[in-house]
Every structure is written in C-alpha cells, then in structure tokens.
Ligand binder design. Sequence first.
Ligand code: NAG
Ligand code: NAG
Length: 393
Amino acid sequence: MARGKWSGTSRHARGRVARAFLYALAMCVVLVWGAVLVRWLGGADQARPSLGGSVTATAANAWSPVPDEVSIRSRFRWALSLDRPGHCTVIVGVHSLPRSAGLVKILEWFGEGVRRVPASAATADKESVPPLQRPKYLRGVTPLRLRALYNASSGTPSSTRGLTFSATTSPDAIRGETACSVSHLMALRWALGRGCHTALFLEDDTSLDLLPLWDRPVGDWVNLYCTPEAPVLQMELKMRAFVELGHSGPLQVERLPVRCSSRYALPHLYRKTYGTGAYGMSREGMRRTLSRFVLPTALPGVVVAADAESLARSAIDVSEVLRVGSHADVFVILNETTTRVLWPPYFYEQSDARSEVRPGTPDTGHRRVHRASALHAMQHNVRWAGECALVNA
Ligand SMILES: *[C@@H]1O[C@H](CO)[C@@H](O)[C@H](O)[C@H]1NC(C)=O
Ligand SMILES: *[C@@H]1O[C@H](CO)[C@@H](O)[C@H](O)[C@H]1NC(C)=O
C-alpha cells in the first residue's frame, strides 16, 4: 500500500523526494509566469490570426518593460476601445464614486459624469477622446429612492426621473434587485440616447485587474459576438456551481481546450450563469431589452415607440421589472435567448465588495460565490496567457 511504502521510506529519502517535488513545483510556477511575462512585455501587441476579418488589430505599444503612467494610460485606452467610433463605456453605481479603484482611475483619465474625481495630469488624454467615447459614470437608483418615488406616485402612473409604476405594489416588494435592474435599464436608455452603436456596461465594483491578460480590445469582442440573434455578451461570470461543485458543472469550462486565436462565447444558462458586472451590447440588444420595460401606454409627455430614439425618451416601467422577477442577470438584462458568455472572462466582481443588493441582511453565500468565480476568472486567464504566449508571440 502506498501509505506503508511512504512510512517505510527513510527520512533522508523522503526529504529528497520532497525537495524534488518542491523544485518541480517551483519550475512550473516559473514557467507559467515566464510565459505570461513574455506575453505582456513582447507579444501583446502583435496582430493575431484574423477571425473572419471582423476583429481588427488596433494595438498600441502599451506595455513597455517599465510601464510608466503614460503607457498604462494608453494600454487602458486601447483595451477599453476608447478610440472605437460609436463604442461607449458606461459605469453604473449609486455612490458618488465607483467602488473599484481601477474604474475611478479610468474616469479620472478619460471619463465624465463625476465631479469629485480629481483633475489629473491626463486632461489632454480626456480631451483627445471623442465625447461619445468618454467613459460615463451614471448614477442609478437605490431601493429607498424607488419606494419614495412609488409613494409619491400614489399608485397612479406618473413619471419622475423617467421612471414610472403602471401597477400597484407593496413598497416592500421593491428590493435591491429591482433597483439594480432599473439602474441598468437607465444605463441602456442613456446609451441609446447618446447614439452608441455598441457599449460596455460595468457595475461600479467591477475589477479591471485582468486587463493585462486581455488579448483584444473589448470593442472587438462586442463587435464579433453581439450578433442580431444574440446581441448581449456577458463578460463577467458568477456561478454557484464553482462553490457547490468545485467546478462549473453544466458549463464544463474546465474541459474546454484553450483556443489561442479566439475566446469562447458560451451559452448563458437560466439561473446558472449570473453576473451583470460587465457586459457588452449592440444597439439592437439595448433596444430589444429596453422595449420590454417601458410603459405600454403613453403618459402625457412620454413617448412610447419601439425605435431606439423614442425608447431613449421613454419612461421605464418599474412595475414591469417587478412583474418579470426583478433579477437583472436572469430576467431583465441577460437571458438565455439574447446572451452569451465570454470565456475566459475579461472581468470579475471585486470579491471584497459588499453586495449592494441586500445591504444589512445576512450573507447567503453571495460573497463565497463572488470569490470563487473571481478565482476561476483569474486562473483561466492565466492558463490562457500561459499557453498562448508562445503561440502568439
Ligand atoms: C412609503 O410609504 C409607506 C407606507 O405608506 C411607508 O411606510 C414608507 O416609509 C414610505 N417609504 C418611503 C421611502 O417614503
Ligand atoms: C429575453 O430577452 C428578450 C429581449 O430582451 C425577450 O424578447 C425574451 O422574451 C426574453 N426571454 C425570456 C425567456 O425572458
């Protein structure tokens, strides 16, 4: 038996085996990180095999061996597609600043919509990004604010901040999930009104820490994978299965071979692939999603029509959000028929971020799911980079 054999081994031999094992382990770690490093420093900006011509290589030479702030700024600018005509970046939150430090930096360097962000030396950068493409920080609504709006509407449809209630409800039914979905819908409406052709939507606690492992700018993936049939691309993934099973269960991401020429667009699974931390949409996706949640009958002064321009001026019907089940990543923003999931994902939700959805209630495992999913995102990106560095270099 293995155990007996081990016990019979002399201490000396055991020490040798242990040393050999540690040595092998250290070699593996060095090799993987070496490969990642090679990619960061050298390979990141070379053109990749073309994917049917729809992905363009617009790389800037951003990661120099000693990255200074200027090269980091241009790397972010490239990776977030801030120079892609018609592509918008919208950050949604309810605080005066995003909770993610990376997103605060992005706003400081390139963004608009936050007065408290300090003016930085990067003003010239901001001004060189066309206004449409400057990342926008959009303040959403809290459940408390929605309840107050509901009380003020006293059950009759009226529109405040472009929100309305078409049905009576118990104010207690208005929860964090409802406010979250409504805030996302406000972001879609803003992007439609702005004339964005494609957009990346980020929750304010989404981490940008995986960015050095991205192989293409966000806008390329949105352009490639947001098709008329599936106009939504989820770019952050949370799965309960990571905690409950230790792997992704039905999605079987562990079994996917690494594809260096392209990341995967996986199916979105009902009640399994959670996460609205980061997603891309085509204008058609924004239009289709928003059109389900505006008032079916017009209020005075409120336009109702299905074309994007009219939708951008319509009132969002909070009652309809409640009626379909409130959860943004299951019923409102993402769903099986419209959405696919980028894998390995570009983003994760910061695992130390407190969930905004139910402040004050005991954590029912959300945090563990966040953390496990973040770890999977990191692990698979590092594996991808490790295996692809030499192929793509
Ligand atoms: C809304 O009205 C209910 C009952 O009328 C009250 O208990 C609640 O505090 C009000 N909520 C807000 C946010 O005004
Ligand atoms: C998914 O969303 C699309 C558009 O946003 C909608 O047409 C469709 O009915 C939704 N499907 C489900 C199952 O909710």
